[in-house]
Design a protein around this ligand. Structure first.
Ligand code: G3H
Ligand code: 13P
Ligand code: ZN
Length: 307
């Protein structure tokens, strides 16, 4: 099956109250672990590439790895640009074969965000490529932009933004944040705001960034085997399930992949100090990604058997 647009996936997800997992990819083992999980669960998937991933692996390597994934799997796959911050990077990946892009003008003021998003929409739609935009600001680090405070998405502005830009989905800020340290106390999301936005924008797919749940088993494992990632915490799974049952059709996960791999590699190296073949720790790390993504699809996203 060739790479597809997320359009049909989101329509089904919206109608049936589940969400598609959008997983960040940086290398072959991560791609393989995610896709094997999608295969096992018969789930559609979005694999997303940040500017940092593009720089790390190289665009051609990522695209060719995705071609290999497409050639060897039977599930619908989207190749998406995560947090594109300017027109040039969106154009580059659209020309390179991506089926979906995010133009993230959330750091700009409203009119400038609209102008940039419109420019990307015009180019992308001409090539049949889907466009996610963002309005509001998540606390935490996105690419190199650090934002100390959340700026929650204003529902009326969201309507105006979608109407004027013609974007296909919208990432909103309702309390999630990027990285491994999301909440000091109890995790909370502004579901009233999500509900209001979805009432004003009926049948329109909403995206949740910063949606890793930071499984404590990996935090514990990493800390136990020489790591120091302190008291990390994520979005409680029941909040993600609730969001998926509402208008949220895409849930972004990167931190959980990093934690699963790193905790596993730490454990492997400590338990087997004589090992020096990278396959001896990369294979278990890939398997940890597989198990984590499979669990997420089945128990959080609800996208099993939805192809
Ligand atoms: O939202 C950001 C993603 O987690 C990607 O992170 O820019 O370090 O690749 P990165
Ligand atoms: P996490 O840091 O919560 O995994 O969020 C990832 C993300 O939003 C990628 O765009
Ligand atoms: Zn993000």
């Amino acid at each position: 099956m060739p790479l597809v647009s997320p359009k049909e996936m989101f329509q089904k997800a919206y109608n049936e109250g589940f969400a598609i997992g959008a997983f960040n990819v940086n290398n072959m083992e991560i791609i393989q672990g995610i896709i094997q999980a999608g295969e096992a669960e018969k789930s559609p998937l979005i694999l997303q590439v940040s500017a940092g991933a593009k720089k790390y692996a190289g665009l051609t390597y990522i695209v060719k790895l995705m071609e290999a994934a497409v050639a060897t799997s039977n599930i619908p796959l989207v190749l998406h640009l995560d947090h594109g911050t300017d027109f040039a990077i969106c154009k580059e990946v659209i020309d390179g074969g991506f089926t979906s892009v995010m133009i993230d003008g959330s750091h700009l003021e409203f009119e400038k965000n609209i102008a940039l998003t419109k420019e990307v929409v015009a180019y992308a739609h001409d090539k049949g490529v889907f466009v996610e935009a963002e309005l509001g600001r998540l606390a935490g680090v996105e690419e190199d932009i650090v934002s100390a405070e959340h700026i929650y998405t204003d529902p009326d502005e969201a309507v105006e933004f979608v109407e004027r830009t013609g974007c296909d989905s919208l990432a909103i800020a309702i309390g999630t944040s990027h990285g491994a340290y999301k909440f000091k106390g109890e995790g909370k999301l502004d579901f009233d705001r999500l509900e209001k936005i979805s009432q004003l924008l009926p049948n329109f797919p909403i995206v949740l960034h910063g949606a890793s749940s930071v499984p404590q088993e990996f935090v514990k494992m990493a800390n136990e085997f020489g790591g120091n990632i302190g008291s990390a915490s994520g979005v409680p799974e029941e909040l993600l399930r609730k969001a998926a049952s509402m208008a949220v059709c895409k849930i972004n996960i990167d931190t959980d992949i990093r934690l699963a791999m790193t905790a596993t590699i730490r454990k492997c190296l400590v338990e087997n100090p004589e090992h020096f073949d990278p396959r001896e720790y990369l294979a278990p790390a890939r398997n940890a990604v597989y198990e984590m993504v499979k669990y997420k699809i089945k128990n959080v996203l609800g996208s099993s058997e939805k192809i």
